[in-house]
Structure formats: C-alpha cells, structure tokens
Design a protein around this ligand. Structure first.
Ligand code: XMP
Length: 525
C-alpha cells in the first residue's frame, strides 16, 4: 500500500490516481492522522502531499511526532512533494525559507548526478516540471544530497538513500510535468520495490468476499437505484455477492427525461438481471410541487418525498419477507470520503450505522440500516472499469450525470405549469440524440436543455407566435466543480435549432448557455 498523507494541496487526489494508474493501490488520508492509525494501515511507502501552508505558519499541519522514526524502523520509504518535502527538511534540522525567486508554473530542472530518484543514468537530464512554491529548502539536513536543481539554482529534488527519505519540490503528479509519471513509476517500482499488481478484477473479488462475510445468510439489503453509474455498479456488485436478497427500488418522480423510466428499467431487468421494483410516484411528487417556484423549496420537497417512498418500500418489503432489511447499498465514491481514515485490514468495504447526511437524501434515522458502500475507495473512472467487468452496458457507464431532483432544476419556476415538462423532454431528447449522432456525446461531460418560464414573439408559417424559450447547455468538466462551455460548430447548432423549432410545439426560440462555472453553476437551479 502507498499511503498519501494529505496537507491540502489541490493535487492530492491526483497523486492517488496517478499511483493507481501504475497498478499500485494507494489511499489518501488526512496528513494529521495519529501515528497509530498510520501504522495500522501498514504502508510500504508514504507520500507527504503538497499544501497551501508555509512550514513556518502557526498551526501548519504536519505528520505526527515519531513518524520519521517509525518509517525508518519499519523500512517505510517516504517521499515528500513540495510542502511535504519542506516538512521533512524542517523536521530533520534543515532550513526552509522564503525563496529568493518564487517559482510558479513550468520550470526546467536538471539532475545533478547519479541518484536513486532518477536512476543511475540520469545525470545531466533536463526536464520540464510544474512548480508551485514560495518557500524553498535552503539548507538540507545532514545525510541529504541535492539530486536536481531548477535552472535558477533552487533545490528541486533531494534524497537520503540510507534513511529511505526522498523529496521533490515540484509536482510530478500533474500533466504539466511530462516526466512526472515516469519519476513516480521509477521511484515506486524500482526504488521502493513495490509490485504493480493492483487490478480491478482483484477489487471485484475482494469486495464480493467482504460483502458475503458482512451480510448474514438471512439478511436482506435494499438499494435505491437512480439510473446513474454509481448506484448501478454498486447494486450490480452487491447482487453478485448476495443474489436476490438485494432489493432495489427505482422511483419515477415524474421528473425524468424522455422515456427514461422504460430505458433504465429495461437495462436493469434484461441486461443486468437486477431485482428492481419500479415505483411510479410521479403524481405524488408533482402534486407536492404544484405552485412551488423557489429552487431550494423544490429540492427539499423532492428529497422529502423520496424518503417517504423509500420508507414505504422498506415497510412493504418487511411485510413480504417477514423481517426488516438490515443493510442499505450506497454508491458513495472515494472523493466523497477522502478526508476520513479508511479502515485497516484487507477489506475495503466497511459497514457502519447510517448517519443523517448521506446521498440518498436523508433517510429516516429509525430505519437503523447499516451501510454497504462498495465503491468507497474508487474514483469515477475506476467505477466505470469495475462496471465493465460486471458487464454493465457501455452506454450505461458513459451516461452524462443527471441530478437527483431531475428536470425540476431544469424547468425554472413551477414545474407543473402548462406542459413545461413535456416540452423540455422533447427538446432535451432532440439535443441529446443530435449530439450522439454527431459522435460528440463522449467528449461532452454533460449536456441538457432548460425550460424558461417566459414567452417571446416569433413567426412560424406566416403566423405570429408567442411561445417558449429553451436553452441548450453543454459543458466540459473534470468533476463538475468547475466547468467550461462546449464549443459546437455552427452547422451542428443550426441543425439542432431547426429540428427543435420544427418538431416541438410551443417553442419558437432556442438559446445556448455559454457561461462557465464559475460564475454560473452547471444546472440552472
Ligand atoms: P451544479 O449545478 O452544482 O452541478 O454546478 C454540478 C454537478 O452536480 C449535478 N447536480 C446534482 N446531482 N443531486 C445530484 O445528484 C443534486 O441535487 C444536484 N444538483 C446538481 C449537476 O447535474 C452537475 O453534474
């Protein structure tokens, strides 16, 4: 295991991902964890991440006392990156100071001589790396050597081979350091002797074993399927482990896209063979949403109704089975839990009593369900890989994200007014199908249409119209936290606008949203 201690760098998740790309299991925990909890994870290598602090600032985060001694006694290799390197230098009696020249962005460094970090042949090697630091190491602790410097002369890489301590002032994990991945590979596989044998198939087998051990032979498990990648892969995995003691529910809240219920249910049933109950609660949801215009209020109502339906599902199940279900499957991913320390031991899944905040929308506390979160240590692209091994159809794995409150956040204002939802479904379907036909679906992170509760004047077939305005939004993004608008060529836009105006009654004007996030958000509400 490669353990990453996080000191708050925006790139920490990326270090974890890069190492996994080398087929080495890596986990990331808070850098201020106790020595005991670090030791329990029994890492072979510990990487200290970068961070926004200066080692001199009051309250600057650090590894626990005794950590470097623990590493030395147990043969653990330690690599500090940026702030992590400065921590090593400072703790061992070197000097870290504000650099004469602050170094941000692409810089050239040169390897000084034969060394462990870059290998015996690397002397004189020039490479471009990504620097982002104000402080720098100006005096190294005893036993350390400088193995690379920037062309400006500042220390770029250090090592103390006999104590297995290494440091990089730059960020090898970002793509702006083109040789960074090779440096990490060389360090982990050649210097630390780690085997690159972490495979998704092993994760699958391990998870199935853990779930089998966790859920007793008479126990039952429930799962709310949204039709999204995470809940679908999580449910498919649990189903593989315990078969039809898994009971899934898919709620049609009346806010789904064109033919979504039919499409999703057919995949669940015929391709994934998942036991799914489809609850048509559209009337219930839409009645509650009648006249509600405030976006937050709409979200709250939807969340609350969802809980009621899930509760009813569990009661019905109890009547049928003669016992309460005891577990709940959730498709929580690693980025959601990365701050908390993962459990020691081989199994990656763990079970604990449900908390009040979770992503099914706040289930009743008296349900007392224990959680199964089989994706808790995976990133989105890893979940997709797992899904592939589980034969989840590719079309399903590549679906764009769809928000929990569905079309309610895409019809501005009262969703029940007129035939807003129906118009939106048709416009959205034309837009998405056009994107698919043009072969653009996989290059776009998310695309959808928005219905505005305003009308404008138009002319169609020599007649004056007073019809609705719809907006098309397509974005590129890494994780939904920030986003850029997607650039369509003119012909695509001309065709799609023509198709929408010719085929959807009630629409005479189509706009495109070309705002990035920030300042906008992805969804309109
Ligand atoms: P925003 O609008 O916050 O969206 O920029 C970022 C990403 O999150 C999705 N989103 C949601 N997903 N429940 C969800 O499951 C929600 O309430 C929700 N609101 C936004 C949005 O579609 C985008 O991918």
């Amino acid at each position: 295991l490669v353990l990453i201690l996080d000191y708050g760098s925006q790139y920490t998740h990326l270090i974890t991902r890069r190492i996994r790309q080398l087929s080495v299991l890596s986990l990331c925990v808070s850098g201020t964890n106790s020595l005991d909890s670090i030791a329990k994870l029994n890492p072979s290598v510990v990487i200290l991440s970068g961070g926004p602090h200066s080692v001199h600032s009051p309250g600057a985060p650090s590894f626990p006392d005794g950590f470097l001694e623990y590493a030395e006694e147990n043969g653990v290799f330690v690599l500090g990156i940026c702030y992590g390197m400065q921590l090593i230098v400072q703790k061992l009696g070197g000097v870290v100071d504000v650099g004469e020249k602050q170094e941000y962005g692409k810089m050239e460094i040169v390897v000084e001589g034969e060394c462990g970090l870059y290998g015996a042949e690397a002397a004189g090697w020039h490479q471009v790396v990504w620097m982002s630091h104000g402080d720098e190491a100006v005096k190294l602790p005893e036993g350390f050597t400088v193995v690379a410097r920037s062309l400006q002369g500042s220390v770029a890489a250090i090592e103390n081979r006999s104590r297995r301590l290494y440091g990089l002032q730059y960020h090898p994990e970002v793509t702006h350091s083109p040789q960074g991945m090779e440096t990490l590979r060389h360090f982990l596989l050649d210097v630390c002797g780690i085997s690159a044998d972490w495979k998704m198939q092993d994760v699958l087998e391990e998870e199935v074993k853990v779930i089998k051990g966790m859920v007793g032979p008479d126990e039952h498990v429930i799962c709310a399927l949204s039709g999204g990648v995470d809940s679908t892969v999580a449910a498919t995995l649990v189903h593989k482990a315990i078969g039809d003691r898994l009971h899934c529910v898919f709620v049609d809240n009346g806010l789904l896209r064109y033919k979504e219920r039919e499409r999703v249910m057919s995949t669940f049933e015929s391709e994934l063979h998942l036991p799914v109950t489809c609850v048509d609660a559209s009337e219930q949801f839409l009645n509650k949403l009648k006249g509600v215009k405030d976006p937050e209020m709409k979200r709250k109502i939807i969340g609350h109704e969802f809980i009621c339906i899930f509760d009813e599902f569990a009661i019905e199940l109890e009547k049928k089975l003669g016992k309460k279900p005891t577990f709940l499957v959730q498709g929580t991913l690693y980025p959601d839990v990365i701050e908390s320390c993962p459990p020691p031991g081989s199994g990656m899944t763990h079970s604990h009593t449900i908390k009040s905040h979770h992503n099914v929308g706040g289930l009743p506390k008296d349900m007392k369900l224990k959680l199964i979160e089989p994706l808790k240590f995976l990133f989105k692209d890893e979940v997709r890989k797992l899904g592939r091994i589980l034969n989840v159809p590719e079309s399903f794995l590549k679906r764009h994200p769809f928000p929990g409150p569905g079309l309610a956040v895409r019809v501005l204002g009262d969703v029940t007014e007129g035939n807003a939802l129906e118009i939106l479904r048709q416009v959205d379907e034309i837009f998405i199908q056009s994107i698919k036909e043009a072969g653009l679906y996989d290059s776009i992170w998310q695309a959808f249409a928005v219905f505005l509760p305003v009308q404008s004047v138009g002319v169609q077939g020599d007649q004056r119209t007073h019809s609705h305005v719809v907006v098309l939004r397509a974005i590129t993004s890494e994780d939904g936290m920030t986003a850029d608008w997607y650039y369509f060529d003119h012909k695509f836009l001309i065709d799609v606008v023509r198709k929408i105006c010719n085929n959807v009654r009630g629409v005479n004007r189509v706009c495109q949203d070309i705002t990035s996030k920030p300042p906008a958000t992805v969804e309109w509400e």
